[in-house]
Design a binder for this molecule. Structure first.
Ligand SMILES: [Zn+2]
Length: 431
């Protein structure tokens, strides 16, 4: 049996007292339709967060992701960072949430940007991913500051943009400017919707690439005079089916990725384009032999794999086709790469949040790894800060879906865990 963690009653009560506040805050945040792309309503949403925290004594900065993809005067990439310094110096705990959401899409039974409350849930685009998490971190911080006004160290809360499109104008931009590096920041919690009893330690790696096969244009009635790039790509796909996919399937990892199907290497064929565009209908077909075909791959890799080997695996198949298949030629271009990352289980932020989970739920947390990446990649690679996790309320499966919601109980519970995490990291867990 593990040691029973004593309940920090005062702290939990202070969070509980903010149940209405976390609900209202989530609703207000949902009402900013911060859809990305294009990056709608970023500035008013960031200013709302900044004003809210300013009223509670935080110093607030706005930093635009100048020059980042999508940054224009019509759609400025406005980030907000708020900081509250305690009475004496000490470590800084930073809560980072992205304020952008994906498009609403079809199939909603409520207005996706109204923040409808029904049966103990707040509905709306971004409710769980991740405006509910942002609201939870805000009430966690306010409750902690209220119960322990003399706390040492500092608390930061940021609302950043563009996570859904790679985070370049958001956390990456700020990390480059030093906002996610020691000694400014020591511990980072990203309240993504990973379920309130789980601590997410990191994510798998990513390699996106575009493969192009070459051919020779000719009249479609005499294809033997040309060379069909789509058929060459067919040979690439066949080789992937025969060799690559079985090989990837066999690679297992120690990373506790959820869902379990992602506890191995995977690759998605993201797109394929060759020959005439499919918008020629009902116009006129042009009977050509396609001279190029492009394939985009989305390869997710493991801590046990090196990016160089991941690329070589694909390139060696292409090179062999070039040797064996008449007239086969190709090019390959990198589109994006992200290293896998996994915070140690005994890292301070992991242990602090685990204590909160054990106190509240009387059980050990589940330690998980996300199958896809999130902003932790920038904190690690650009900020060189490795004491970072994702922990927040909400059910990951609801993210990006119609009728997305977050449970009010879940937000309050996650805020209690975060408040206790703050208490452990800043005050050593004293009552
Ligand atoms: Zn998210």
């Amino acid at each position: 049996m593990q040691d029973r963690v004593p309940l920090p009653e005062k702290l939990f009560d202070a969070v509980e007292a903010r149940r209405e506040e976390v609900t209202a805050l989530t609703r207000e945040l949902i009402r900013f339709p911060t859809v990305n792309p294009p990056g709608e309503a970023y500035t008013p949403c960031a200013e709302f967060i900044g004003d809210y925290l300013k009223r509670h004594g935080f110093g607030v900065e706005y930093i635009r992701g100048e020059g980042a993809p999508g940054d224009t005067d019509r759609y400025p990439r406005t980030n907000v960072i708020a900081r509250f310094d305690g009475r004496v110096p000490g470590p800084t705990v930073h809560f980072n949430s992205h304020i952008d959401v994906v498009e609403a899409g079809d199939g909603w039974t409520v207005d996706p940007f109204d923040g409808v409350v029904k049966d103990g849930r707040v509905y709306g685009r971004g409710a769980c991913d991740m405006k509910g998490g942002l609201a939870s971190s805000i009430i966690a911080a306010l409750a902690f500051m209220q119960v322990y006004p003399d706390f040492p160290g500092a608390i930061e809360i940021s609302g950043t943009v563009d996570e859904e499109s790679g985070g370049f104008g958001g956390v990456a931009h700020l990390a480059r400017l030093g906002y996610f590096s020691p000694p400014k920041v020591d511990h980072v919690i990203i309240p993504e919707p990973l379920n309130k009893e789980r601590i997410c330690l990191g994510h798998r790696g990513v390699w996106w690439a575009e493969i192009e096969t070459k051919g020779e244009i000719a009249h479609g009635s005499m294809p033997f005079l040309g060379d069909c790039a789509v058929r060459h790509m067919g040979a690439v796909l066949q080789a992937f089916e025969d060799e690559l996919f079985p090989a990837l399937d066999a690679k297992r990892t120690v990373m506790p990725v959820v869902p379990e199907g992602a506890r191995r290497s995977t690759m998605n064929i993201n797109s394929i384009h060759g020959g005439q565009t499919d918008d020629f209908r009902p116009g006129l077909p042009s009977p050509n032999v396609p001279d190029r075909c492009r394939l985009t791959i989305d390869r997710r890799f493991l801590l046990e794999e090196k990016i160089g080997d991941v690329k070589r695996e694909v390139v060696s198949i292409l090179d062999r086709l070039k040797r064996d298949r008449p007239k086969f030629d190709y090019e390959i271009r990198d589109l994006m790469e992200v290293q896998p990352t996994m915070t140690e289980r005994d890292a301070p932020v992991v242990r602090a949040v685990a204590k909160g989970i054990m106190a509240l739920f009387e059980r050990e947390p589940d330690y998980v790894i996300s199958p896809g990446t999130y902003d932790q990649k920038h904190v690690a690679r650009l900020g060189h800060l490795y004491d970072c996790i994702a922990y927040g309320p909400g059910i990951l499966d609801l993210a990006h879906r119609p009728d997305e919601w977050v449970g009010i109980d879940d937000m309050v519970d996650a805020a209690k865990v975060m408040a206790m995490g703050l208490n452990v990291l800043l005050r050593g867990g004293a009552h």
